[in-house]
Design a protein. Structure first.
Length: 318
């Protein structure tokens, strides 16, 4: 932006004010770093509302979304509360919808096959996805309208010291695509017998060999759990991108997960903490041992951060 040019006004619409507060902060940072003037329109999800009403939440979301068209040069909806039904609304060409999970990892309204087909037939609507896999899983006629951008990211922070003992954690909500069987196999692995194995997140069942906390943690608590982890595990059969992985990257905490995923874009396909064969427990063990042996450094984090900032700046100028 040159002198005399007005900063582009971007409105972030967030209907999951609690769950996506960190994502909104990450997105705000990269957009402001690129020179945008960022405002927010946010409401809490039903689980965080005193009345718990989904109907009122949807009504408020629709009102918020309609008002958004008049308030900015560009609008970014960080979560389509109504799934692909959102696209059927009369959004302006300035609106972009972030699609985190084209094929939902948990049950979601408005995301079935029929709805995806209807959306593919609609006039131009603009989508943002954070991985090539996510773009591939959009309806075929929708893909050309999707822009693949890196998950936004906050500036990396340097950790002051290594954890005092080896703790491997799984963080975040339970989803059906989580691989419980590999977790149970890992708990029986002699190489990990002296490791603390912990799971913290809503909806998790008991997992043999792991200490499970079925709970929702605050933002500060989550940062503390990441900081005191020797490694963060992503035991998925399938996933598109991971907000937990990004948060770990921001705090220079090693991540272990499938090589054939968006993690390869973040860390590089040859990174030793990525798992070549997710069905093989030995492959996970080798990756975990590599991760916990890493020297704490923000080097990789800075590379990913700079790439994210540059990509979002390019999108803003487009």
């Amino acid at each position: 932006m040159t002198n005399g040019e007005r900063a582009l006004r971007v409105l972030i619409v967030n209907p999951l004010g609690r769950a996506l507060s960190h994502y909104s902060a990450e997105l705000t940072h990269v957009l402001e770093k690129a020179g945008a003037q960022v405002k927010h329109s946010t409401i809490l999800e039903p689980s965080q509302r005193p009345d718990g009403s989904r109907v009122r939440w949807v009504v408020e979301y629709l009102q918020m979304r309609n008002a958004a068209k008049k308030e900015a040069d560009r609008v970014v909806v960080v979560w389509p509360a109504l799934g692909f039904l959102d696209v059927l609304a009369n959004f302006s060409a300035a609106c972009w919808i972030v699609v985190h999970d084209p094929v939902p990892l948990v049950r979601s309204v408005g995301s079935g096959r029929i709805m995806r087909w209807l959306v593919s037939c609609m006039p131009v609507r603009q989508f943002i996805v954070h991985s090539d896999t996510a773009k591939e899983d959009l309806a075929p006629r929708t893909r050309p309208r999707a822009k693949t951008l890196p998950h936004p990211m906050l500036p990396p922070v340097h950790r002051r010291e290594n954890p005092s003992h080896i703790t491997v954690r799984v963080l975040g909500q339970f989803k059906g695509t989580r691989d419980i069987s590999i977790l149970e196999e890992l708990s029986r692995s002699p190489e990990l017998r002296n490791y603390k194995l912990e799971i913290v997140g809503r909806g998790w069942p008991a997992v043999t060999g792991w200490t499970v906390s079925d709970t929702f943690v605050s933002e500060s608590e989550l940062d503390g759990l990441i900081d005191t982890s020797s490694a963060i595990l992503l035991p998925y059969h399938r996933f598109y991108q991971s907000g937990i992985a990004l948060r770990a990257l921001e705090r220079a905490t090693p991540v272990v997960g499938p090589r054939d995923s968006s993690l390869s874009t973040m860390y590089g396909a040859k990174h030793p903490a990525l798992v070549s064969d997710p069905s093989n427990v030995s492959s996970w063990v080798r990756a975990i041992e590599s991760a916990v042996g890493e020297t704490r450094s923000a080097g990789t984090s800075l590379v990913v951060y700079e790439r994210a900032c540059a990509s979002w700046a390019e999108w803003l100028d487009g």
